[in-house]
Design a protein around this ligand. Structure first.
Ligand code: ACO
Length: 320
């Protein structure tokens, strides 16, 4: 599998830390020192599925293709207003890709979803069942949080990162893990009531909850382990890797992971300062930005690493 082109899209509204202090008891110093975040983009008037499709369209253009060349659309998304149809099906309609020869589906592996999705894409590309997959990670996490809870609402941003994947030998190794720990990060929505449902207290609405310190510790520990494991699996050495693109959850998490590796710090990329935590979209958005700004070039070796609700983790080694 090979990346043929990348794209990304963010909402037009930038919200600074100072703007957040109009809503909740917080301040720029707390947010900056605890998270590294200075601003984020937040959905206002945009339609979420159009934002996802825009990222996809940019990836198709970067690949030198047209929408009709796409023969599979896979989206990764934790939450949006449509439970069904899938985001991928909505994107297909917006991009004007006619059926029936372009199947669509969504995945959900929380903030680790980018590399989980790559693994699925690779299984279709490697077996020749798809030629050009449009893979989009799109999230509107700011609509999963309670905007009166300062512990969570300051952390997130919205956005979409996309790529077109085709045949090639650039996907070198991967590792996916999952450990059932539903209390650590969760968000619950009620389903429709029925005359038969008897469980008490199950169907309550609970905005995003997270045990920040526990997530922090697990993220650092799992990343240090998964990054080493996946590089070894690829038959490479740490110093062979040109770029580390980690889930952008917190700059302090990235710094703690970085400290464990004796490597030039600039190999660890970051855009959380201006984007916030965009869940599964964070790595492909960062990748697209770094490619477009010329910091990642064809032939460079990259490691992707994500972690999130589940508790799930993922890592991959890929050549651009
Ligand atoms: N503004 C001001 N003060 C705040 C805010 C805020 N936005 N939020 C919390 N505080 C206060 C708390 O009330 C607490 O006050 P107290 O000492 O009087 O009780 C104090 O700041 C310290 O709070 P902690 O939660 O202990 O702060 P911590 O240093 O652990 O930082 C954070 C919290 C940023 C969430 C950190 O734990 C973290 O990054 N965790 C992991 C990342 C994470 O959970 N990301 C969420 C998504 S999951 C994912 O992406 C994988």
């Amino acid at each position: 599998m090979k990346i043929l082109g990348t794209g990304s899209a963010v909402p037009k509204q930038t919200v600074t830390n100072d703007m957040l202090s109009d809503f909740v008891d917080t301040n720029d110093v707390w947010i900056t020192t605890r998270t590294g975040i200075k601003s984020r983009q937040i959905i206002t008037t945009e339609r979420f599925e159009e934002l996802a499709a825009l990222a996809g369209q940019r990836a198709i253009e970067a690949a030198g293709l047209v929408p009709e060349d796409i023969d599979f659309i896979i989206c990764h998304n934790v939450c949006n207003v449509y439970v069904t149809p899938s985001l991928a099906a909505l994107v297909q309609g917006i991009l004007g890709i006619k059926g029936p020869n372009c199947p669509t589906m969504d995945l959900n592996s929380a903030c680790a979803g980018f590399t989980y999705g790559l693994e699925i894409c690779d299984s279709f590309i490697a077996t020749g069942r798809a030629k050009h997959i449009l893979f989009i990670c799109a999230e509107e996490v700011t609509r999963m949080v309670d905007w009166t809870q300062r512990e969570t609402c300051v952390l997130f941003g919205d956005g979409a990162g996309a790529m077109v994947l085709g045949a090639g030998d650039n996907y070198l190794a991967s590792k996916l893990t999952s450990t059932p720990m539903p209390d650590v990060i969760y968000y619950r929505l009620p389903c429709e009531p029925t005359p038969f449902e008897t469980g008490e207290g199950i169907d309550t609405h609970i905005a995003m909850q997270l045990k920040g310190r526990e997530v922090f510790r697990m993220a650092v520990t799992s990343a240090q382990r998964d990054i080493r494991d996946v590089i070894e699996k690829a038959g490479l050495k740490l110093e062979d890797i040109d770029h580390f693109l980690l889930h952008q959850a917190n700059q302090r998490i990235i710094d703690a992971i970085k400290q464990d590796f004796d490597l030039p710090p600039e190999r660890f990329h970051s855009n959380i300062q201006k984007r916030g935590n965009t869940s599964s979209a964070s790595i492909p958005m960062l990748l697209d930005e770094e490619i477009r700004e010329g910091r990642i070039k064809r032939g460079d070796l990259m490691v992707f690493n994500g972690f999130g609700a589940g508790f799930v983790t993922s890592a991959a080694v890929m050549r651009y």
